[in-house]
Design a binder for this molecule. Structure first.
Ligand SMILES: [Zn+2]
Length: 165
């Protein structure tokens, strides 16, 4: 269904076959507590590959395909959260050779930016609605936040009333 390919950013994940909306694309692996994450020396955390999946839970670099999905401000996939199971799901149909991308801001709250300022990154995804900076979820336009909430691709700590922090 997918494969890792080289691209101008380094590596990315591309569709090999047609992927229909709602398809589970890949699981997120290597769960740790916040305490465990912070106990890893900064230079060994591979923070670019760390995803915040709950208030005090993260996934680390896994050496699996979940390490290679890039960000887009106009994503074709998003993370679904079913208890401890976190997986990437197609939020629209994806055609062969299209890069599979998700919006990193859907897992970043203000506290995460304070803890890991390097997560705030410049974006050159090229989408018409590119925000230029990948920042915390609360900085997204209200319409986009509502759209993501409706798609069911937000972790619990970013749902409903918890948006305003
Ligand atoms: Zn962008």
């Amino acid at each position: 269904m997918i494969e890792v390919q080289e691209n101008k950013y380094g590596k990315g994940v591309y569709a090999v076959t047609h992927i229909s909306t709602g398809t589970h694309i890949a699981p997120w692996c290597n769960y740790v507590s916040e305490e465990e994450l912070l106990s890893i020396p900064k230079d060994k955390r591979n923070i670019d590959h760390v995803t915040k999946i709950a208030s005090h839970r993260y996934t680390l670099k896994s050496e699996k395909v979940d390490d290679y999905f890039n960000h887009s401000c106009d994503p074709n996939s998003g993370l679904c959260f079913d208890g401890e199971n976190v997986f990437l799901v197609a939020i629209r149909d994806i055609v062969p050779n299209e890069e599979v991308v998700w919006d990193y801001s859907t897992t970043i709250d203000k506290r995460a930016i304070e803890m890991f300022p390097e997560w705030k990154m410049v974006c050159g995804c090229g989408a018409a609605n590119c925000r230029k900076i990948v920042d915390s979820f609360d900085t997204l336009p209200e319409k986009v936040r509502a759209q993501y909430a409706k798609l069911g691709i937000l972790p619990e700590f970013l749902r409903d009333g918890s948006i305003v922090q």
